[in-house]
Design a protein around this ligand. Sequence first.
Ligand SMILES: NC(=O)c1ccc[n+]([C@@H]2O[C@H](COP(=O)([O-])OP(=O)(O)OC[C@H]3O[C@@H](n4cnc5c(N)ncnc54)[C@H](O)[C@@H]3O)[C@@H](O)[C@H]2O)c1
Length: 351
Amino acid sequence: MKTVLVTGGLGFIGSNFIRLLLKDFSDYKVINLDAVTYAGNPENLKELESDIHYHFVHGDIGNRQLIDTLLAQEKPDIIVNFAAESHVDRSISGPAAFIETNIVGTFTQLEAFRSYCSAGNRCRFLQVSTDEVYGSLGAEGYFTETTPYSPNSPYAASKASADHLVRAYHHTYKLDTLITNCSNNYGPYQFPEKLIPLMISNALEGRSLPVYGDGKNVRDWLYVEDHCRALELVMRAADPGQTYNIGGHNEMENIALVRLLCNSLDRRLGPLPDQRPRTELITFVGDRQGHDQRYAIDAEKIKHDLNWEPQTNLAKGMEMTIDWYLDNQEWLKQVRDGSYQKYYHEMYDQR
Ligand SMILES: NC(=O)c1ccc[n+]([C@@H]2O[C@H](COP(=O)([O-])OP(=O)(O)OC[C@H]3O[C@@H](n4cnc5c(N)ncnc54)[C@H](O)[C@@H]3O)[C@@H](O)[C@H]2O)c1
């Protein structure tokens, strides 16, 4: 049995990752440390509350004492760091939290990890990062693991900074660290401030669908379960110090993606009550400041070394995602109206 300390496991990717480890594998025990920010939703893993292999800890990755205690008590074999402020728009309007959590929080964990390893414990640290650290591409080319970092948003810069620290801790202290840089994820439990769940949610309510600029920015979409399977492989099988790009080979312009969503919803639900197709809800809005034009991942290295390839193409993944949001409208409603926080307060404020 391997003990995995997951940070940020109540968020979108972290909750999918924990569910995968506990449902599809029998040899993992998971400790989930999460500060339950606006993006952390206890509802995401409610089904695991009684699982003896799952233990939730409410706390901040910046709390060194707490991390030290958790490492000493739980003796994890692997730390997987998902905890982050993750929304680019929020990093533009208020970067301070991104510096605090993404950089200082990662540094705090690395220091605790260093002291845990120097006490003779064997452990690895996997930093879950983004392709946004590489900056923006033109019409051609792909990010590889050797593409120089050139982050453009405060979010991307904070993740790049944390990645550099993780790499340095391998180089300097010979610690067993790993970094993955992944493209845009989509799928169940994504907070509806991000493009796909925001558009589904607004389209269901007949609200306008705001698309930045001319909508021609290109993203390389990866179904979240494919990402989680890649992470499990990396944490289990990669050599110390490795870095892997993870991507979906699913590039699409934002505007094409939003149209695809609208058409799929029209097919399933019929047009809007006033008979308009949902594409008529699309509204172009002023571009995001410093908006990166295109991201695209070359995922050859992880395919070659670990035999990983995405299993879900965009058409199939989008249908599964729309199915999930249609089947979980109560989840969506609670996140949209803020009542999911009530559950959190009932659960944790007393402790
Ligand atoms: N979403 C994507 O498309 C994508 C792509 C590549 C990489 N990533 C990276 O994957 C990770 C997870 O992304 P996500 O989309 O699931 O994010 P998310 O915003 O959905 O979840 C973040 C989680 O971290 C927790 N958290 C935030 N600050 C914390 C702190 N100080 N201490 C403890 N917990 C804290 C939140 O409560 C939340 O549960 C992030 O590191 C992100 O940079 C995301």
